[in-house]
Write a protein that binds this ligand. Structure first.
Ligand SMILES: Nc1ncnc2c1ncn2[C@@H]1O[C@H](COP(=O)(O)OP(=O)(O)OP(=O)(O)O)[C@@H](O)[C@H]1O
Length: 231
């Protein structure tokens, strides 16, 4: 993949949930290192769009590429290349509740092919440092605040140094002050590591405080560079 190629490219894509057409004729292009918001009312298709991009929903019609991978390819979801190049962050964290922060991270590294003990430990320390949780590796998820759990979720997404992070309402369960900390972290990752981030959100306060390009899902379509009405 050359640097000129977008990190996400959808052309004339139709996004389905089962047989229901959720979004039609989607055309999006997002470049390396961009931070882009995905906004839209509840049920307008934000999650469906993200799921298509991370392989949870098949792309049946139109064409698409994510981190250099063709979304129309059969079984693309199972390809380790994609898992190593794409991080996903969820609203509800989705940590494994029966093991420590360290072991949550180790689990993902082993699942993505890491073998060397020292490399694994170095990487875990590295991502925990990055999200400001260097000393919290021994904690169980339930011993952490919501903001800390979201930081672990982000640390997990960073493990394989992805070129792209897809975040589905990452501040949805957090109070405004904690949200600000998470947004600062995401923008820092974008700026310092050149990681592109596509983030679905309902939170207009976040958009005002941390302005960036906006894509909107509305009436079964996607509008790029959507004007935001803060009224
Ligand atoms: N698993 C599913 N099976 C069938 N239909 C679904 C499924 N998930 C979502 N839908 C439908 O697809 C449409 C888009 O939902 P989606 O979750 O993508 O919207 P959203 O914009 O992310 O909403 P929210 O902001 O509430 O998360 C809705 O009509 C929803 O009911």
């Amino acid at each position: 993949m050359t640097s000129e190629q977008p990190i996400i490219q959808l052309s004339n894509a139709n996004i389905y949930q089962g047989n229901a057409l959720v979004l039609s004729d989607v055309n999006i292009s997002i470049n390396k290192g961009e931070f882009v918001y995905l906004i839209g009312k509840t049920g307008s298709g934000k999650s469906s769009l993200l799921k298509t991009l991370y392989g949870d929903l098949p792309l049946k019609e139109g064409s698409g590429e994510v981190v250099g991978f063709d979304l129309k390819k059969v079984d693309w979801k199972k390809v380790p290349y994609l898992r190593r190049n794409l991080g996903v962050v969820f609203q509800d964290f989705q940590l494994l509740t029966d093991r420590t922060v360290h072991d949550n991270l180790e689990f993902v590294l082993k699942a993505t092919g890491w073998k060397d003990r020292k490399d694994i430990e170095d990487k875990i320390n590295d991502v925990l440092e990055k999200v400001g949780l260097r000393t919290k590796g021994f904690k169980m998820p339930y011993e952490l605040s919501g903001g800390e759990q979201q930081r672990v979720d982000i640390a997990r997404a960073l493990l394989n140094a992805p070129k792209l992070i897809l975040a589905d309402e990452p501040t949805g369960n957090l109070d405004p002050e904690t949200s600000d900390g998470i947004m600062q972290l995401l923008f820092r990752i974008c700026r310092e590591d050149g990681t592109a981030i596509l983030m679905a959100t309902h939170d207009y306060i976040v958009l005002q405080k941390f302005p960036s390009r906006v894509i909107r899902t509305e009436n079964g379509q996607v509008a790029d560079n959507a004007a935001i009405n803060f009224a």
